[in-house]
Design a protein. Structure first.
Length: 490
């Protein structure tokens, strides 16, 4: 069984999705989905342990040797991502049954879990596979499920948000497919490791340059890098709250993984950062994204919109770390992948609890909520402090490593801009604190969120604080993954 962990990581949720249709009772489907995600998480933990102790895992599907057959290659980078995706999925599912009661019609509850597991399958498959065309296949599985999940939102804006995401996501996926096709045309292979060996021989051809451009632009659409971010705010704001909590912590992280995988492992560090001036371009886009999105967040009246723009700004921090092209910079990016997943899943789960009790997340509806829902609002505030980068939270750890990476390169002005960008987060977090704690409540009394919300919310909040104090595990794994990418790729 241990030898088959790489394929079990993907097969477990894939096989579970259609089984959900056979289970008639909604509660039974929820328990089955939770168990499935929990098993996927257990597999990811075992994979990470195995990779950290024994190194790369290569799994050949059907006994066909790579590159002729499809291969799953699990290294420190994707083992780390598998852990994040499956872990967040499991925690979020704890609150799913309660959350969807008020946001999704009862006759669609079973379909929600089917789509949720398919989306989880797609994300895990993207990360686990070592085949470039399989990346596209799993990307489509994940994306099509995501479009349907977002469209399940309770108002008409959800349909428009889903349609926007559909158009932008399809363009991104098409670009990625064209890039993969051009690489196949030049090398005759789709295996990522094999591509990394053959591409240097034809690296100076216009076809490879075009392939690189198509892949990078397509992936940047998927990760919502400024200015290709227009689909994200509405998708997060109008999707069912539990869907937002899952996607905010995982979907863009998978896209950033693809960016790292293609630039470092497939095309190679020299081509991506020397032949192509990727460093300057991404540094500029990352910094602009931080400031534009943070300013936009300050003026939002819908709290989901506010934190959606915050996510675009946080993606900017990850891209700045990526663009430094150093071990410390990439470590900062990978740390922020993990840390941001903890922050945003906690915040959006808390907002799901607010929707459950209040009915909406408009800023004015939060008046006095700090006294009526103290545990829920405290979770949002602590998540906000983590976004700012206050010491003893996970946000401080990754921003600290980012500043170290910039100082190592002598880029003091950029380090100053990072600090200034963090100060902007204070402004939009304070708006929530001011309304929730310093204004009188209006309307009838509101109860605290039920335990089905509070348990997963506070599990994530405690993780935000724990990994902000004890950084040994997260830093060790992120640093090991970064070092492997600058050493022997894949």
């Amino acid at each position: 069984m241990i030898a088959h962990l790489p394929i079990l990581q993907v097969i477990i949720p894939l096989m579970a999705a259609p089984i959900c249709l056979m289970l008639k009772r909604t509660q039974l489907v929820w328990l089955f989905s939770l168990l499935t995600s929990g098993l996927a998480f257990a597999v990811s933990v075992l994979l990470l342990q195995q990779v950290m102790t024994s190194g790369l895992i290569s799994y050949e599907l059907g006994g066909w040797q790579a590159p002729w057959g499809i291969e799953y290659r699990i290294d420190k980078l994707n083992a780390f991502l598998l852990l994040i995706i499956s872990g967040i999925s499991t925690i979020v599912l704890f609150a799913a049954q309660t959350s969807i009661e008020k946001e999704i019609p009862k006759d669609k509850h079973i379909y929600f879990y089917v789509l949720y597991l398919l989306s989880l399958t797609g994300m895990l498959g993207i990360v686990a596979t070592g085949d470039a065309f399989n990346v596209f296949v799993f990307l489509e599985i994940s994306s099509l499920s995501a479009y349907a999940l977002i469209a399940m939102g309770k108002n008409k804006q959800a349909l428009w948000a889903s349609y926007q995401y559909l158009i932008m996501g399809t363009i991104g996926a098409t670009f990625i497919l064209i890039g993969i096709g051009l690489m196949y045309q030049m090398t005759g292979t789709l295996n990522m490791y094999d591509l990394s060996q053959r591409l240097p021989e034809v690296a100076q051809s216009r076809t490879v340059f075009a392939a690189f451009a198509f892949v990078i632009v397509g992936v940047c659409l998927k990760l919502a890098l400024f200015p290709l971010h227009l689909w994200l705010p509405n998708a997060y704001a109008y999707a069912p709250s539990i869907v937002t909590a899952f996607f905010a912590a995982t979907a863009t992280k998978v896209a950033i993984y693809l960016l790292i995988r293609f630039t470092f492992s497939v095309f190679g560090l020299s081509f991506s950062f020397t032949t192509i001036p990727l460093q300057t371009l991404f540094m500029a886009l990352g910094l602009i994204g931080i400031f534009v999105a943070s300013f936009a967040a300050i003026f939002q009246s819908n709290i989901k919109h506010l934190f959606a723009y915050s996510s675009i700004a946080q993606i900017g921090y990850m891209i700045v770390g990526f663009s430094i092209s150093s071990v410390t910079g990439l470590t900062a990016t990978l740390l922020h992948l993990f840390n941001h997943a903890l922050m945003k899943s906690a915040i959006f789960l808390a907002l799901a609890a607010v929707v459950f009790r209040v009915g909406n997340v408009q800023l004015n509806s939060l008046r006095g909520l700090g006294r009526q829902m103290p545990l829920t609002m405290a979770a949002i505030v602590l998540g906000g402090l983590s976004l700012i980068g206050v010491p003893l939270t996970v946000g401080f750890v990754s921003k600290w490593y980012l500043l170290i990476a910039l100082v190592e390169q002598g880029w003091w002005p950029v380090a100053g801009l990072i600090l200034l960008g963090s100060m902007l987060a204070v402004a939009y977090v304070w708006r929530i604190v001011e309304v929730a704690y310093f204004k009188e409540p209006v309307g009838p009394p509101i109860k605290e969120a039920p335990m089905s919300f509070l348990v997963p919310i506070w599990a994530l909040v405690i993780a935000n604080i724990y990994f902000g104090i004890d950084t040994r595990i997260s830093v060790q794994v992120a640093e090991a993954a970064a070092q492997s990418l600058f050493g022997v790729s894949l």
